[in-house]
Ligand binder design. Structure first.
Ligand code: HEC
Length: 154
């Protein structure tokens, strides 16, 4: 049995290596501007976000909105970029500014690449640091509704 151990270990590492690269046909890592370490971003999403937003970003339509096919649409409307950095789930998460900026950029690319605007400027550590110091509170629901009303339909 002992002889098999290295083989078993190698077999266990193959999927991990692929996972570390964090790319697949739909989400090539090279397209992820502002995400120097996609594997780290993915782990951060698993630990800090998916409990509410679900692993596939679909949310639940009752208490947590979907990120999938939706989140980057906020970048199309004035005030949307700031909103995304100030919602409590983002602003109050237990990650430093650098990791949070990367996680937010990853979230946009991973769940809504289609709506990421051409020439998208990735969130930076400094921008997120400033936004999260002013988190939205009860005003977030009307703010969100106003932004959604201004979104294009496509
Ligand atoms: C406790 C549940 C919860 C957690 C954890 C959470 N969120 Fe959210 N998220 C929400 C809710 C609810 C909203 C809708 C706005 C609001 O009421 O705060 C939201 C809104 C958002 C939005 C704005 C899009 C929209 O449709 O309103 C983004 C982007 C977002 N979350 C990303 C994240 C990321 C990234 C993480 C992990 C760092 C995260 N969230 C963690 C519940 C959560």
């Amino acid at each position: 049995m002992k002889r098999l151990a290295p083989l078993a270990l190698a077999a266990a590492l193959v999927p991990l290596a692929a996972w570390g690269n964090a790319g697949d046909a739909a989400n090539p890592p090279l397209a992820m501007t502002g995400v120097p370490d996609p594997a780290q971003a993915r782990i951060d999403y698993m630990l800090k976000c998916q409990g509410c937003h679900r692993p596939d970003g679909t949310g639940d339509m009752a208490s947590t909105p979907p990120l999938k096919g939706m989140v980057a649409r906020f970048l199309q409307v004035e005030g949307g970029r700031e909103f995304v950095g100030r919602v409590p789930g983002v602003a109050m998460t237990d990650l430093g500014d650098r990791r949070l900026a990367q996680l937010l950029n990853w979230t946009l690319h991973r769940f809504d690449a289609r709506h990421v605007p051409a020439g998208f400027r990735p969130y930076t550590e400094a921008e997120i640091g400033a936004l999260r110091r002013d988190p939205l509170r009860l005003d977030r629901a009307p703010t969100r509704a106003r932004l959604i009303a201004r979104m294009r339909d496509d």
